[in-house]
Every structure is written in C-alpha cells, then in structure tokens.
Ligand binder design. Structure first.
Ligand code: TYD
Length: 208
C-alpha cells in the first residue's frame, strides 16, 4: 500500500506544530508508522540550509532565498519523504511548497507561478494528499509569537503587511485547489481543530 503525505501550512504562530504533533500521536496510536518532518530542515543538509535562510545576518536576495528553500526541499523529498511514502508510511510535514508560493512567490513578489514551478521541479511533482491550512489573522499570530519568542527569524521579522499578504495568498491557493486543502479557522480551540483534522484524515485513510 502506498503511503500518505499530509502537509500543514499557515502563517507564523498559527499552531501548525501543535496540530502536527497531535495528528502524529493519534496516527501512531492507531498503529501507523508516521514520519514527522518539516521544511526548512528535516535533513542534515536541510538544517544547514535552514540556519542560512532563517538566521544569516547579511542580506539574501529574494531569488536566492527562494532557491535555498527549493534546494532544501529537493534534498528532503528525495532522501526522506519519498522513500517513506514508498514504504507505505504516513508523512506529516510542517510546511511544503505552498509556503514558498505564499512567502516568496507572493510575499516577496517573485510570482506565484514561477515559484510553484521551481518547487515542483525540485520535487519531481510530488503533491500532498492533503494540505491543512491553519488560517489566522496575522496580528493574532504575531501576538502568539511574541509570547513564545526572544528573537525572530528573517521571515518572522517582516512587517505586518507582508504577513497579511502571505495570509491572503494562502487562502487563494486553497480556493484554487479545494480537493487538496482543508482550511480551518486557527483561532478555534486546539481540541476542536484536532478533531476536524482527524475526521478528514480518517476519511482519507478509509478511501486508501
Ligand atoms: P517554520 O519552521 O515554520 O518556523 P518556526 O519553526 O520558527 O515556527 O518556518 C520558518 C520560516 O520560513 C517561516 O517564517 C516561513 C518561512 N518559509 C518560507 O518563507 N518559504 C518556505 O518555502 C518555507 C518552507 C518556509
């Protein structure tokens, strides 16, 4: 049986990691082999690229930034994610190419179509079976980050209008591919969100 590939998307502070963690535990308890991973990062090379793209002090040109995320993604999918899916496992991933389309394509103004094309080339067209978009007002997300952070990474440090643009880009992506996306209001409580996610994943597993 072929595996399942589920990605979480949303702005900073939208609760992706919490929900990815809960879904991972639920699937593991149900007897599935789950690989929980993230971008940027997720591999040794990815951790190095993550450090550069999120924490480098000097400037990074927007196209270079997009290509670093794409390089991280190419290596991550080829060496970790695709092999797990081929083994029939479930991959739960924080962020994937929709992040690049929203942040670099729209946020940085590089063009959604170009950035999507580069990302899909990098991963030989691997699409998720399900993408969960945790939609949240950017100022609420920022408030949550402020409570949790002492320093911001290069993207988090962008101003509020950037994050508002990213949010609307995500909603447009979801509207364009309603079959792949589950959009949830991330201001809801953790347990109800988790239940909505489980219901959708259960349906996906039943169809497999
Ligand atoms: P993330 O790992 O979600 O941050 P944290 O673990 O600190 O909450 O993502 C780091 C940042 O990278 C986030 O601000 C979004 C950004 N990003 C992009 O701009 N493009 C991409 O393709 C990806 C994967 C992330």
């Amino acid at each position: 049986m072929t595996g399942l590939f589920i990605t979480f998307e949303g702005g900073d502070g939208s609760g992706k990691s919490t929900q990815a963690e809960l879904l991972t535990s639920w699937l593991t308890d149900a007897g599935h082999t789950v690989v929980r991973t993230r971008e940027p990062g997720g591999t040794d090379l990815g951790d190095e690229l993550r450090e550069i793209v999120l924490h480098r002090r000097g400037d990074i040109a927007p196209r270079a930034e997009a290509l670093i995320y794409a390089a991280d993604r190419a290596h991550h999918i080829a060496t970790k994610v695709r092999p797990a899916i081929d083994r029939g496992e479930v991959v739960i991933q924080d962020r994937y190419f929709d992040s690049s389309v929203a942040y670099q394509g729209v946020g940085r103004g590089l063009g959604a179509d170009d950035v999507r094309r580069i990302s899909l080339w990098a991963v030989e067209d691997l699409l998720p079976d399900l993408t969960i978009l945790l939609d949240l007002d950017e100022s609420v997300g920022r408030g949550r980050l402020d409570e949790a952070r002492t320093r911001y990474d290069r993207l988090e440090a962008e101003e509020q209008t950037f994050h508002a643009t990213v949010r609307s880009a995500y909603l447009e992506l979801a509207a364009a591919e309603p079959a792949r996306f589950l959009v949830l209001d991330a201001s809801g409580d953790v347990a109800s969100l988790a239940a909505a996610i489980r219901a959708r994943v259960e349906a996906l597993l039943a169809r497999r």
